[in-house]
Design a protein around this ligand. Structure first.
Ligand code: ZN
Length: 249
């Protein structure tokens, strides 16, 4: 079984379209979204419509999507902790969304379990605090907070794979695009961002978990960044949000 996992679309329709086409070409059985469908980009309504359609078609996992902090802030949650650019974007985003979409975002679950996957936007240990999992200590705390073999996260927009033995010893960071899964280990993987990558590679990021051949594949997809950046400028959103798409930072 092949499971496509996307995260942090952030209202970037050009990036989302490119990823969905690439995933369809690669072939998959289920598609999971780790949240932040909206916020920052110029097409929040169109991205919400599209991802909602894709996830609700998916029978066994029906609507496999969890809530991100921007989805939360755009649908009635607080935005006090956002920086000024993010706060301006979230307030603009609220005005673009129809009432039904706001209701849909407001009811998204914080976490989901699907087969051997634990799915959450931020951290497995305090999903509602929107923590970033970046250090070895964070990773260790994360592994103690879920029982499945694999946890998939987003939020930082920086992809990585880390694994640990079943006895919670031997934490290891994995480089490369292809990660072969070993049944004696457990995995934590940040799938990166579709709509606003921050690891220096401006291409959209997603992963495919293949439970048949036991691997996680990290994939990057080129998309018309100039178009997405141009729409951000036209909408009057902060210039910085357009510029960072071109840099992937
Ligand atoms: Zn995000």
């Amino acid at each position: 079984m092949r499971i496509v996992v996307v995260s942090d679309i952030h209202g970037n329709l050009e990036a989302l379209d490119a990823v969905l086409s690439d995933a369809a070409r690669n072939g998959y059985d289920h598609l999971v979204c780790l949240g932040d469908v909206v916020g920052y980009g110029a097409d929040p309504q169109a991205c919400a419509d599209k991802i909602r359609e894709v996830v609700s078609k998916d029978e066994p996992g029906r609507g496999m999507i969890v809530r991100g902090n921007h989805d939360d802030a755009a649908s009635g949650g607080g935005d006090e902790y956002f920086n000024p650019n993010a706060r301006m974007a979230v307030r603009w985003t609220r005005e673009q969304l129809d009432a039904e979409t706001i209701d849909w975002l407001a009811q998204l679950p914080m976490t989901l379990v699907f087969q051997e996957l634990f799915l959450v936007h931020s951290s497995p240990y305090r999903p509602r605090d929107w923590d970033y999992v970046t250090t070895r200590e964070d990773a260790l705390m994360a592994f103690k907070s879920f029982g499945q073999q694999i946890a998939l996260i987003g939020h930082s927009h920086v992809p990585f794979h880390v694994s640990i033995g079943r006895d919670l010893a031997g934490l290891e960071l994995h480089a490369g695009e292809h990660l072969a899964l070993d049944d004696s280990r457990r995995y934590l993987s940040n799938v990166g961002s579709v709509g606003q990558p921050r690891d220096g590679d401006p291409r959209a990021s997603y992963v495919i978990v293949d439970s048949g051949i036991r691997c996680i594949e990290r994939i990057r997809v080129a998309y018309p960044i100039d178009t997405a950046a141009g729409k951000i400028r036209e909408a009057g959103l902060p210039e910085f949000l357009a510029d960072r798409l071109l840099k992937g930072r």
